[in-house]
Design a protein around this ligand. Structure first.
Ligand code: ZN
Length: 137
């Protein structure tokens, strides 16, 4: 893919250097047939070094999840070769099947079909708790 001229797709910019791979795996981008490029350790005036991810197609991946890894990243949606939308990220209020509860007595360990849901309980500390047993993530 020509990463400089995306016609329709998503560019995730200003990722703190080193977190790009984490975002790729969190969004499941390492496990799709989408055309995905990661550019690591790009020199940035603002951040020193940053990572950039480019996805060369429209995708229904849950971009809100990026806020869990790096709320300061920016998401640009490109349509017909022009920037059509800039998404601002926030720390997600709820994580479903992103992290697993580690409490062996949690209902999610016995009820395998239950989704693992965590709620944000402290935004400044990025603290999440299991909605079933309130164990910290
Ligand atoms: Zn739990």
């Amino acid at each position: 893919m020509n990463i400089d001229s995306i016609q329709n797709g998503v560019v995730i910019d200003h990722i703190t250097a080193g977190r790009g791979m984490k975002i790729i795996s969190l969004l499941g981008l390492d496990d799709t047939d989408l055309s995905v490029a990661i550019i690591r350790n790009v020199t940035s005036r603002k951040l020193g070094k940053k990572d950039i991810i480019k996805i060369d197609s429209m995708t229904d991946v849950n971009l809100d999840l990026i806020g869990y890894v790096d709320p300061d990243a920016t998401v640009n949606i490109i349509r017909e070769g022009v920037l059509s939308q800039k998404l601002t990220l926030d720390v997600p209020e709820k994580l479903t099947n992103v992290i697993k509860c580690k409490n062996p007595r949690c209902i999610t360990t016995t009820e395998q079909e239950l989704p693992h849901i965590f709620k944000l309980t402290d935004k400044n500390k990025m603290e999440y708790r299991c909605i079933y047993c309130e164990t910290k993530a």
